[in-house]
Design a binder for this molecule. Structure first.
Ligand code: SAM
Length: 254
């Protein structure tokens, strides 16, 4: 199917408005590979017709299809390693210290330590954070802090990705990407009905998020947009599900 330059530019704008993703000038192939099947399966004759349909106020379903197709959900457990090492080594220690101090000076009451995984994709990141917290707590016996003193929020624009994240069920291949043997033994439980999948206890809140409009973009000190998305953060989150944390449990899974 022919993608004219004008239609390509219109689609880039639509995608940007829908989810803040910036598609550069040379990415015609991306639009074609990701959106052509949507054009066809909706019985539309051309990309121009797609743009027109997307502009209609009743096109929410189609908009969702475009968002699902255009977002890249690439993720893995403990992705890039060092952020999670840093979390275990320094960040959590500082947070814990502050929290214990605050609790001591506020009649034993301290609000939860709140952690937010924005653009959490299929959940590997949020579980990696949770495992890092559990590892940290296990390495500090006697610390006056438990996993339940943390509130963990995961958000993403993709409903499909969040549905997978919320389930907390991963294949051996998923676990093979980043999970250590020790973590596998400590935090995952084999699902006997489908041996290829393993469960992790889900905890945290899951919300669907939308991008912040360009005028509220976060930029670095050189004025450059911080991520490929110019504003991942929740603007008007719709709470899709809540998971109640398991009380008094030092670790997720079994
Ligand atoms: C490459 S994945 C990164 C996942 C994870 N943060 C990691 O580093 O492993 C990017 C995620 O951003 C999400 N995303 C894209 N645009 C978004 C937006 N405007 N608001 C929230 N999430 C968005 C996508 O759905 C996708 O799941």
């Amino acid at each position: 199917m022919q993608l004219s330059h004008a239609a390509f530019n219109d689609i880039r704008k639509v995608v940007h408005n829908l989810c803040g993703i910036v598609i550069s000038d040379d990415k015609q192939y991306l639009i074609k590979t990701r959106l052509e099947s949507i054009v066809k399966s909706n019985g539309l004759p051309s990309y121009e017709a797609l743009v027109q349909r997307l502009a209609q106020p009743v096109s929410l379903l189609l908009q969702d299809q475009v968002i699902e197709a255009i977002t890249t959900k690439e993720t893995s457990f403990n992705r890039d390693g060092h952020p999670f090492d840093e979390l275990r080594r320094t960040i959590l220690a500082e947070l814990a210290e502050q929290w214990v101090r605050r609790k001591a000076t506020s009649m034993g009451i301290a609000p939860k330590i709140r952690i937010w995984c924005a653009a959490a994709s299929t959940g590997q990141e949020v579980y990696s954070v949770t495992m890092a917290i559990a590892d940290f707590l296990a390495s500090r016996p006697g610390i006056a802090l438990t996993l339940d003193d943390f509130s963990i929020l995961a958000s993403d624009i993709s409903t499909n990705a969040l549905a997978i994240a919320r389930q907390g069920r991963y294949s051996a291949a998923d676990l093979g990407r980043g999970i250590t043997l020790d973590q596998r033994e400590r935090y995952f439980r084999q699902d006997n009905e489908q041996d290829s999948q393993e469960d992790i206890d889900t905890r945290g809140e899951w919300i669907r998020s939308y991008h912040i409009p360009p005028e509220q973009r976060r930029t670095d000190d050189k004025g450059e947009v911080l991520t490929q998305m110019d504003g991942i953060v929740v603007q008007c989150g719709v709470i899709e599900a809540r998971q109640v944390p398991h009380p008094g449990q030092p670790a997720i899974g079994q």
